[in-house]
Design a protein around this ligand. Structure first.
Ligand SMILES: O=C(O)CCC(=O)C(=O)O
Ligand SMILES: [Fe+2]
Length: 276
């Protein structure tokens, strides 16, 4: 297979061409996996997949885990989340938690978990005529751009994270699942495979940074929210039907634009992947 890797953003994102993910041998997959580690967000266009194809390919990256939002799981394949379906309630009102899922702010998936998701992979089944992009940004670029004062202050510090964070945004969880015990992650995180340092942060899920007075911790969270996105560290993905996109939650932030015409379909299959 003539596999080509084309850079998308300056410091994040690549598109891989010449690949049918259903027929990727070990050598081909090694190229794809390395490109993903190098570019953090990988776009593979033009795929025609059944849900089994999508699951089989996704499992090459790790182990798939069902998302804590039970109401949005695929009825026959609970390990697959379906984005963008059941947007309208019985009375015709738009359910904003579904329509704007992932659009409330920049985040990384699974920061609320003891072991955050290594990767999230989406397959586009339906795309709207306009809007509905996904934005990505590099945690490496964010860390690199921090002033020395902050790098020093944050080294060795841990953040406390929950699903709903300080805003308690838990609308997609069943009521019995909404009490969340905080988990702790280093704010300066060394990527287990690349060895690079990144700014591990999520303003919607973090409660506090350990070792600081509450006011100081809040001020730091405000400052990091401003600093987590750098101009050169971004890539914005305009979806095409058949795109497979995987991002690395250990070194990339993302957010949905949440701006497409609500009467149009924007539907993805989505899996969350852990190391094991
Ligand atoms: O729909 C999107 O563009 C991304 C939504 C999101 O944040 C996610 O799937 O984790
Ligand atoms: Fe997300």
């Amino acid at each position: 297979m003539g596999i080509e890797v084309h850079r998308l953003g300056l410091q994040i994102g690549a598109e891989v061409r010449g690949v049918d993910v259903r027929r990727l041998d070990e050598a081909g997959f090694a190229i794809v996996y390395q490109a993903w580690l190098d570019h953090n967000v990988l776009v593979i266009p033009g795929q025609e997949l059944t849900i089994e194809d999508f699951l089989r390919y996704s499992r090459r990256f790790g182990v798939i885990y069902p998302h804590p939002s039970k109401s949005t799981r695929h009825p026959d394949h609970p390990e697959v989340t379906v984005l963008g379906v059941n947007k309208f309630g019985p009375d015709g009102t738009l359910d904003m938690a579904i329509y704007r899922r992932g659009a409330e702010g920049w985040h990384t998936d699974g920061a609320y978990d003891e072991e955050p998701f290594k990767a999230t992979q989406l397959y586009a089944l339906a795309v709207p005529s306009r809007g509905g992009d996904t934005h990505f940004a590099s945690m490496y670029a964010a860390y690199d751009a921090l002033p020395a004062r902050l790098k020093h202050a944050l080294e060795g510090r841990k953040g406390a994270f929950t699903y709903g964070g300080r805003r308690k945004a838990t609308a997609l969880l069943n009521p019995e699942d909404r009490d969340w015990i905080p988990v702790y992650h280093p704010i300066v995180r060394v990527h287990p495979e690349t060895g690079r340092k990144g700014l591990y942060f999520d303003p919607g899920k973090i409660l506090a940074i350990d070792g600081f007075e509450p006011a100081e911790s809040d001020a730091l969270i405000e400052e990091l929210t401003e600093r987590m996105i750098t101009p050169d560290g971004q890539y914005r993905h305009r979806w095409r039907k058949g795109d497979v996109v995987i991002w690395d939650n250990r070194c990339a932030y993302h957010k949905a634009a949440g701006d497409y015409p609500p009467e149009e379909d924007r539907i993805h299959w989505r899996v969350s992947i852990k190391e094991r």
